[in-house]
Design a protein around this ligand. Sequence first.
Ligand code: FAD
Length: 321
Amino acid sequence: MKVIEHLAKADHPLISFEIIPPLRGGDVRGLLALIEDLSQYKPPFIDITSHAAEVIYEETPQGAIQRRVKRKRPGTLGVCALIQNKYHIDAVPHILCRGFSREETEDFLIELKYLGIDNVLAVRGDDSGYQKPLQHGRSANGYACDLVAQISAMNQGKYLEQGLLDAEPSSFCVGVGGYPEKHFEAPNLVSDIRSVKEKVASGAEYVVTQMFFDNRHYFRYVEQCREAGITVPIIPGLKVITRRNQLSNIPRNFYVEIPAALADEVAAARDDEILHVGVEWALQQTQELLDRGVPSVHFYVMQTANAIKLLMSKLGVGVGV
Ligand SMILES: Cc1cc2nc3c(=O)[nH]c(=O)nc-3n(C[C@H](O)[C@H](O)[C@H](O)COP(=O)(O)OP(=O)(O)OC[C@H]3O[C@@H](n4cnc5c(N)ncnc54)[C@H](O)[C@@H]3O)c2cc1C
């Protein structure tokens, strides 16, 4: 079922999760256990991130620096197949512009269609230091709105190769990313919101936000999006802080602010107390969002369920609900 259908049919706020495939060569059993844990909360959908190849520099035993191109986390398609067909939860694979040609994206979408997957989240991806050379006759999507346009065209039966005789339209529900604290490359929030409007005009049916730790960013963002004429659901994305080093990692990697009150509490906590500090903060955020009537909350779980299990129990979301 499509994400927007889940939202339209729900008689209570929905809780969804986002997970990340294991590192190349890594054991998938940890991820299976995580999905098993998350499935008990009956999420309407689970997002699975995608990862392009990136450049890494490694020192050889001889002391030379070696440049390698590596896709660290393959497996998005396999994890989606599992979630969709073993757990009967709607899988939402992320699809990227960067690192993939439009032709590869079309093939990926065909695989998803065969698997019965109804949803995708279309994002541009970040600069990984590696730009795959485009082979002759291949093309690339520059911005997420171009990727959304490609998927929308396929939804109308328009594949990259013109004039196919029996091309079946797909029927993907497309989500896109939004940044309550502004995307780091955008000159200002107004122009960033204009990009979201363009993604919606290209066919996106809902927005999931980047993580934020102060709900005021989200409320202001939704207000500005509505003023700009964006009417689709804007699902808030939340993350639970569980480690001290996230105080610097999260702002560095995601360009979001950690409020002083939360940062001070984490800094003052013992290592074994940090999870509880993070869960309490996320609990307050979630409760306020739910009180203010959000249709759904999306949690960036990524690899381990400890924090989310504690949070769900405090929220009163029971196993098997
Ligand atoms: C919910 C969510 C999930 C994500 N999942 C993944 C994932 O699985 N894998 C991954 O690698 N990354 C993921 N990301 C990160 C994302 O790829 C990066 O934040 C990336 O830098 C921007 O992606 P976007 O889709 O928002 O880009 P876009 O919407 O293309 O915007 C990128 C920048 O360009 C500007 N812009 C957009 N359109 C135009 C235009 N036509 N002309 C000029 N400027 C324009 C925007 O304002 C913005 O500053 C995710 C982000 C979010 C919010």
